[in-house]
Design a binder for this molecule. Structure first.
Ligand code: HSE
Length: 450
């Protein structure tokens, strides 16, 4: 090997918070192992952070610390820029500038790629540089690598994951302690599991960003976050978690990307994030606390599952460093011969549409608070039958339990078989209009993940 081929990969970090400091620590601790794997040393030689003091505490004399990220991008000695700032604002400008300057980019920024990925990948292709983003989905779990490379023989049928630790922690606590969402959220914030502004997590946006990235890699479609259906966990009640449990299900916030086929013909891609009933006997239903897990169903491999920490300093650093090793290994490879960013060759992306939520095929959990009198169940099942929706199970609570001794109101819980969501919406409107349905109907989607 020539001197140049053997030289270390020089990395500039933009942001040295939790993930940045983890990256620095892991690279330092495992530097010898990593060099043997990558064929090059990997050195963080420059760090940009507005808090230069904190940055210096982390890196000591090992790297130059600056406040201005553009100094890193302008440095001709830097090969790779690692963007750990987050968000779509300045991070987008810096990533595009780094690409324009001919730097490879590693990013953990799912929001940026899910929304602006098409523009960023096109710019990178033009410049012949890599954009790697293992850390953007499910933290330390190498799910991008699995989808893009390990499962490349397969036609992927669906991907479904618990890809937001904050919400999984909240749901686990709600189930364990029988508490409602608001109470658990406050506790999660106190313990540092949820951020002061938890909107992106609890409203499902973070999970939907990650599901969008997985949909692109699984199906060879462009990243299209604007077409994703996004629903969080804020409206879930402890009551529904309890009833689901009695029927053998857990409620999880799933990010789902699924190829929908009707009579053997692919009609489009479902891309949706929402609370979902999952059979308790599935491994994924037992993923608790802040852990993440992703299931992938491929036609050759069958069902696979990947489990691990979806956030945190060193777990996320594990993914960042894996991307750096990939870049080091592929430095001297012709860009056209590298694994494509989105797993499919850029000129082979599919125009398969992302289906509107009304077109999604799924099954449902319904909870209806009803008057406990003759004919109520018959009317409800009649409405479902009119829409061709088949019932899988019905659970009716004792009226006394629901509305007190001598009470004449009760909860009716219905599980359905699969149907188009649009049909369910029509049925729900008709059921809600019945005078014997006394409160807004609760509807949660259900997936068997078989
Ligand atoms: N906020 C995310 C979560 C971690 O709760 O899983 C970073 O993606």
């Amino acid at each position: 090997m020539s001197q140049e081929q053997n030289r270390p990969l020089r990395v500039g970090l933009l942001g040295i918070g939790t993930v940045g400091s983890g990256t620095f620590t892991v690279l330092k601790r495992n530097q010898e192992e990593i060099r043997r794997r990558a064929g090059h040393g990997i050195e963080i030689t420059m760090v940009a952070d507005l808090n230069t003091e904190r940055a210096r505490e982390v890196v000591g004399d090992a790297a130059q610390v600056v406040a201005d990220a553009r100094q890193v991008i302008a440095n001709p000695d830097i090969d790779v820029v690692v963007e750990l700032i987050g968000g779509y604002g300045i991070a987008k400008a810096l990533v595009l500038e780094a690409i324009a300057a001919g730097k490879h980019v590693v990013t953990a920024n799912k929001a940026l790629l899910a929304v602006h990925g098409t523009e960023i990948f096109a710019a990178a292709r033009e410049k012949g540089v890599m954009v790697a983003f293992e850390a953007a989905v499910a933290g330390g779990i190498p799910i991008i690598k699995a989808l893009r490379e390990g499962l490349t023989a397969n036609q992927i049928q669906w991907v479904a994951g618990i890809i937001n630790g904050t919400t999984n922690f909240i749901l686990s606590e709600m189930r364990d302690k029988g508490l409602d969402f608001d109470v658990v959220l406050k506790e999660a914030q106190r313990l540092g599991y949820a951020e002061a502004d938890p909107t992106f997590d609890i409203e499902g946006v973070d999970a939907a960003h990650k599901a969008t990235l997985m949909s692109a890699i699984a199906f060879g479609v462009p990243v299209q976050f604007d077409k994703a259906h996004v629903e969080g966990i804020t409206k879930l009640s402890a009551t529904d978690i309890k009833y689901a449990e009695q029927l053998g299900y857990r409620i999880k916030l799933l990010g789902i990307a699924r190829r929908q086929e009707i009579n053997g013909k692919v009609v489009g891609i479902e891309l949706r994030t929402h609370p979902t009933l999952v059979p308790m006997r599935r491994l994924i239903a037992n993923v608790e606390g802040a852990m993440n897990a992703v299931m992938v169903q491929g036609d050759a491999v069958g069902t696979t599952m990947y489990y691990g920490k979806g956030a945190g300093s060193e777990p996320t650093a594990s993914a960042v460093v894996a991307d750096l090793v990939d870049i080091a290994r592929l430095l001297d490879v012709d860009p056209a011969a590298r694994v494509p960013y989105l797993a499919f060759q850029p000129d082979a992306l599919s125009k398969m549409p992302i289906l509107p939520i009304d077109e999604v095929v799924t099954s449902f959990y319904l909870r209806l608070h009803v008057a406990d009198e003759a004919g109520v169940l018959a009317k409800i099942t009649g409405i479902l039958a009119e829409q061709g929706i088949s019932i899988d199970a019905v659970l009716q609570r004792e009226a006394d339990e629901v509305s007190g001794e001598g009470g004449n109101q009760t909860d009716l819980i219905i599980l359905t078989h699969e149907t188009k969501e649009g049909r369910m919406n029509t049925a729900l409107a008709a059921m809600q209009a019945l005078p014997t349905v006394l409160a807004p109907i609760v509807r949660v989607r259900k997936e068997e993940l078989a």
